[in-house]
Design a protein around this ligand. Structure first.
Ligand code: ADP
Length: 191
């Protein structure tokens, strides 16, 4: 799932986990977990995250590599918040190739900037994430525009990019994503 901060990637990723049994790989959540656990990695990345800047490629690529290995046998992976730079996208292609798998779709959630700011304020009030201040959010948005948006043509060239209107209700966005992914495959032990 691809898009700017607060586009709804996390929300939609969780539904795909629920509905299709995919494994969600969210580098943002992994980094927040490291901080909450007080690991040396968590301490190292805290300031960068609170400033809304990108953690180093090396760190997030290592997290993704570990999770791919840990998740072997899963029906699919849904990446949320990764890759965010061209180096990360290239590393992901390598990691997947080594495992004999590939990216099926890159689903871009298209949301306009005003709506993003409104969502962020709401989330800040509800969740109180340390990096959900207006200043940090603006920094995240500019990091997205400067470093991440370049991945749109990268994936368009690979022929895997699909664009979905992310402005609607959560259920409508989920339905649009469902149409891009096609019918669900039966998952053992699930209804
Ligand atoms: P957002 O709501 O901005 O999409 P995330 O939960 O995905 O936030 O990420 C929160 C923060 O974690 C980012 O601002 C950044 O500091 C760090 N981070 C997460 N994923 C990456 C990544 N792939 N590369 C670099 N930094 C990352």
């Amino acid at each position: 799932l691809f898009g700017p901060p607060a586009a709804g990637k996390g929300t939609q990723a969780k539904r795909l986990v629920e509905e299709r049994g995919f494994r969600q790989l969210s580098t943002g959540e992994m980094l927040r977990a490291a901080r909450a656990a007080g690991t040396s990695l968590g301490k190292k990345v805290a300031k960068i995250m609170d400033a809304g800047q990108l953690v180093s490629d090396e760190v997030v690529i290592a997290l993704i590599a570990e999770s791919l290995t840990a998740g072997e046998g899963a029906p699919g992976f849904i990446f949320d918040g990764f890759p965010r730079t061209t180096a990360q996208a290239e590393a992901l292609d390598r990691l997947l190739k080594e495992r004999g798998v590939k990216i099926d779709k890159v689903i871009r959630l298209v949301v306009d900037d005003d709506a993003l700011v409104a969502r962020m304020s709401k989330r800040a009030a509800e969740e109180g994430r340390a990096d959900d201040t207006v200043a940090a959010f603006k920094a995240r948005l500019s990091a997205y525009n400067a470093q991440t948006a370049a991945l749109i043509p990268f994936y368009r060239r690979q022929g895997v990019l699909a664009e979905v209107d992310g402005m609607g209700a959560i259920d409508d966005v989920a339905a649009a994503i469902g149409r891009v992914l096609g019918p669900r495959r039966k998952i053992k032990g699930r209804k």
